[in-house]
Ligand binder design. Structure first.
Ligand SMILES: Cc1cc2nc3c(=O)[nH]c(=O)nc-3n(C[C@H](O)[C@H](O)[C@H](O)COP(=O)(O)OP(=O)(O)OC[C@H]3O[C@@H](n4cnc5c(N)ncnc54)[C@H](O)[C@@H]3O)c2cc1C
Length: 596
């Protein structure tokens, strides 16, 4: 049976030592969460997910969700009770607005707790995760009436939320949406159409499910400029805000799929269902982007979370399993064989996973804090810088973290050899569960395009220039710090590759759009690796400072060899990314379509 222990002390080290959390002590939003509160919340959250949520991960995978003949969906055994405890513990509304029953803590805390909940049980964590995204969109765009009717129950998680974009003929290209919304005399809309692949679309965890649905009214402009966003509840609230009449939306089927079996992926049929406009008419995609951006970061965290869970189980296995002898002679001659960890290739696999995880966690913390700064900082410059960082890094977290999440789950499976392929060890579930994160919420190829076509050129390239200037200043200062030298060589080279790649894109992407398209995936990974390298450099600086204070802590000491491994064995990949992307689109586009 797989196990999971939330890495609370690593998260705290990142906050206090790497990102100097003390400097936010009096900042709006952060002052609600001094470090002792942060520590208590993370420790309590870790205990909760380890004891209540993680034990349901395998049950959820084996049992899956079941659709009943009346269209209702039964979640796996134990999910309902665990979800009730999740709501009662205040975990859904951790960062929710106190005006609606939330706890008013900073968003970053909810993101960091999200890593633990997701690593414990991805399928389960998606129910509250989607609800939080829907709440964010309603907070930003719903009118007062809708807010007061729905947000108190959604903020706490008593009612859950969903995101309805996809239709059978329309996935990435949302301009093709056909679902219709007909205006009614009472100001509501009648929604008709079919949505597919709707995560948490129907289930038995909550009394009501609130769907956020993209649809178009008659006569709306074609394409994405004619889409509006509607709130469509499963049950219409009665006069007291309780459960009223059933609305015209039913789950027609649930999908049988590769992983996340504990999360229901539903076909939702809307037949004149009553809905209410959220935000402006024809500006629905704009409003939905609040939910999509929150979901993209959440999905990025899924990549890290599964990579961490997979690592923990593979490392434990490698410490226990005995096969063969060390290449340099038996390490434990009195035993029939040495443990797997004596083999350099097994170490390579584990180190590749862990060196990603610890830097990715740092990048996640940095970006999550930026979410709060972008909302609440009183300094307009700091707000803008945080907003830029968030925008630039969102496709990186989504695209790069989830690619590594899946690849790392496969590596962890490899560490277990044949046992990794056998269900009872649980690592093959991580592989199956991690795969979807590369696809949904905008497939990773689309994230790469978003980065190259929108995020890079936005505001004259301000976001990438700010990131580059920060790394460049760090590297300049590092020249005078001899202790840092063994750890930043890889970053120096990768940063050079990133600059070359950005220049190449500016010149060649504008001249031929296919150049930008063909370069985008490599560029996303090149930026991702460089950002992770920068995180390692900052982690090393903080770890060296602890050591200089005479502290001896194995977890902190381990940062140094891990940083060196990342610098010497993982960052060189950026050279290949640069070489590939700067070869241009010619070889990619040469084969005619009918030759495929
Ligand atoms: C388990 C699961 C849960 C899901 N949950 C939800 C949900 O809750 N709500 C919801 O609305 N949807 C959900 N989805 C749908 C998901 O977001 C889509 O599957 C995804 O966005 C891709 O759309 P598609 O499947 O239609 O693929 P397509 O859009 O057909 O894309 C196919 C491939 O072509 C590439 N591609 C497409 N267009 C372009 C382009 N312009 N440039 C470059 N490459 C391109 C894509 O990257 C992809 O690799 C879910 C899907 C699954 C499987």
């Amino acid at each position: 049976m797989p196990t999971y222990k939330a890495p609370v002390s690593d998260t705290l080290f990142l906050l206090t030592d790497v990102f100097d959390y003390a400097k936010y002590a009096n900042a709006p939003g952060f002052s609600e969460a001094p470090i002792d509160v942060v520590e208590a919340v993370l420790a309590e959250g870790a205990k909760f997910v380890e004891e209540v949520v993680q034990p349901l991960n395998r049950v959820g995978d084996i049992e899956g969700c079941k659709r009943n003949p009346d269209g209702s969906v039964t979640t796996p055994k134990g999910f309902k009770e665990a979800y009730k405890a999740f709501v009662e513990g205040g975990w859904v509304g951790l960062a929710g607005d106190p005006a609606y029953g939330g706890q008013g803590l900073p968003i970053f805390l909810s993101v960091l707790f999200g890593e633990y909940a997701t690593a414990a049980n991805l399928a389960f964590a998606m129910y509250p995760g989607l609800t939080n995204g829907a709440v964010a969109a309603l907070m930003a765009y719903a009118g007062d009436e809708l807010k007061s009717r729905y947000l108190p129950k959604m903020t706490t998680g008593e009612w859950t939320g969903t995101m309805n974009l996809t239709e059978p003929h329309c996935g990435t290209d949302l301009g093709l949406i056909k679902t219709r919304a007909a205006p009614q005399a009472d100001g509501s809309y009648a929604i008709t159409g079919q949505k597919i692949f709707i995560s948490a679309g129907e289930h038995d965890l909550a009394d009501n499910i609130i769907h956020l649905v993209l649809a178009r009214i008659e006569g709306a402009p074609p394409g994405t400029k004619g889409i509006s966003l509607f709130l469509v509840p499963k049950f219409l609230p009665d006069a007291d805000g309780g459960i009223g009449a059933r609305n015209g939306v039913v789950c027609g089927a649930i999908e049988h799929k590769m992983g996340i079996h504990g999360n229901s992926t539903a076909v939702m049929n809307y037949d004149g269902a009553k809905g209410w406009l959220v935000g402006e008419l024809h500006r629905g995609l704009h409003a939905m982007f609040v939910m999509m951006n929150s979901a993209r970061l959440g999905v990025g965290v899924q990549g890290l979370a599964l990579s961490e869970a997979a690592y923990q189980n593979a490392a434990a296995y490698a410490k226990d399993r005995r096969q063969g002898r060390s290449l340099k002679g038996a390490v434990e001659p009195d035993k029939p064989a040495d443990i797997l960890l004596v083999h350099p290739d097994v170490r390579r696999m584990l180190l590749e996973i862990r060196a990603f995880n610890e830097a990715a966690r740092a990048l996640m913390v940095w970006v999550a804090i930026s979410e709060d700064e972008a909302r609440l900082s009183p300094d307009p410059k700091a707000r803008q810088a945080a907003e830029d960082r968030l925008g630039l890094m969102t496709p990186v977290l989504k695209g790069v973290f989830t690619d590594y999440g899946f690849a790392n789950a496969v590596k962890a499976q490899q560490v277990l050899g044949g046992h990794g392929y056998i269900a009872e060890w649980g690592v093959e579930q991580f592989v199956r569960d991690a795969r979807i994160a590369m696809i949904y919420e905008g497939a990773n190829g689309v994230q790469a395009l978003d980065l190259v076509a929108r995020k890079l050129p936005k505001d004259g390239g301000r976001a990438i220039m700010a990131f580059s200037s920060e790394v460049s200043q760090f590297l300049a200062a590092a020249k005078d710090e001899a202790a840092l030298a063994p750890y930043v060589g890889g970053l120096r080279a990768s940063f050079g590759h990133l600059q070359e790649a950005s220049m190449w894109l500016m010149k060649n992407g504008l001249a031929d759009a296919n150049n930008a398209g063909a370069a985008s995936y490599d560029y996303m990974h090149l930026l991702g690796l460089t950002a992770l390298g920068y995180m390692w450099a900052r982690i090393v600086k903080a770890a060296l400072a602890r050591q200089a204070n005479g502290e001896s802590n194995p977890a902190i000491d381990a940062k140094l060899p891990l940083a060196r491994f990342f610098s010497e064995r993982m960052l060189p990949e950026t050279a290949a990314h640069l070489a590939r992307l700067s070869s241009g689109a010619a070889s990619v586009m040469a084969l005619p379509a009918d030759a495929f």
